[in-house]
Design a protein around this ligand. Structure first.
Ligand code: PRT
Ligand code: MG
Length: 209
């Protein structure tokens, strides 16, 4: 049986990945809060615990055979080098445009300023509508930007909408729905076909819509 390395996304995706893996008897066997590399209860499977944004890189270069990360991450970074065979339907949220409540942006003469951790997704979204915008790249706390005049709108993930509401903001457009996906290295898909196919089938059974 081939050895399979799976790159897991730290944080909220990990929290929702663990119960799913547990159903397959694939719990990490080690301290996932500290270790970056953890064996599983199945001796043929081991895990890397890394940031969601790093998962595509590890899988693309074959440092991991497969991985779990958010569709937002895959859309932003372009995932042509990876197979994306499975939607896990976990860590569900949406990518939205949001603005301050009551401030309808985009009527001014200057270009709309968009603050976001997702410059590519934002650029494509507004370009598709024929809107020239100025993108301001941030690494977190996007909700702050319109409140202090850094931007007119933000493009960010929304789940319950509580964070927007707490900051006096509201969604003005939904760009797309987001959930976590399995990605697979293309060479591994060929070289370790049986093992990966078997895993994918088992995961598909426990990741209902
Ligand atoms: O390493 P990196 O910085 O990329 O990741 P991170 O440290 O931000 O990781 P983490 O744990 O936040 O997980 C990010 C991934 O979880 C995203 O890439 C999504 O695929 C997924 N996800 C699902 C979410 C949310 N739901 C979500 N609600 N990521 C972030 N949020 C934010 C949201 O933007 C808001 O600020 O959580 C806050 C609460 O949302 P509300 O709407 O419920 O208030
Ligand atoms: Mg975060």
């Amino acid at each position: 049986m081939s050895q399979i390395t799976i790159a897991l996304s730290k944080g909220r995706i990990l929290e929702e990945s663990l119960p799913l893996l547990a159903k397959l008897g694939l719990e990490p066997a080690g301290d996932i809060d500290r270790l970056l590399r953890v064996p599983s209860r199945d001796k043929n499977v081991s895990f890397l615990i890394i940031r969601p944004t790093d998962v595509p890189t590890y899988v693309e270069y074959g440092a991991a055979d497969m991985g779990i990360t958010g569709k937002d991450v895959l859309m932003e970074n372009g995932s042509d080098a990876l197979y994306e065979p499975l939607d896990l339907n976990i860590a569900r949220c949406r990518l939205s445009v949001a603005a301050r409540v009551g401030h309808k942006p985009g009527n001014g003469t200057r270009r709309l300023r968009v603050a976001t951790k997702y410059p590519e997704i934002a650029r494509r979204h507004f370009a598709a509508k024929g809107e020239q915008v100025e993108i301001i790249k941030l690494y977190g706390s996007m909700e702050l930007a319109p409140l202090v005049g850094l931007s007119d709108v933000i493009v960010d993930l929304v789940a319950t909408g509580k964070t927007l509401k707490a900051n006096g903001m509201e969604e003005t457009e939904i760009i797309c729905q987001v959930s976590s996906r399995i990605v697979v290295n293309k060479a591994a898909m060929k070289m370790k076909h049986a093992a990966i196919q078997d895993l994918l089938e088992r995961i598909a059974k426990v990741s209902g819509p």
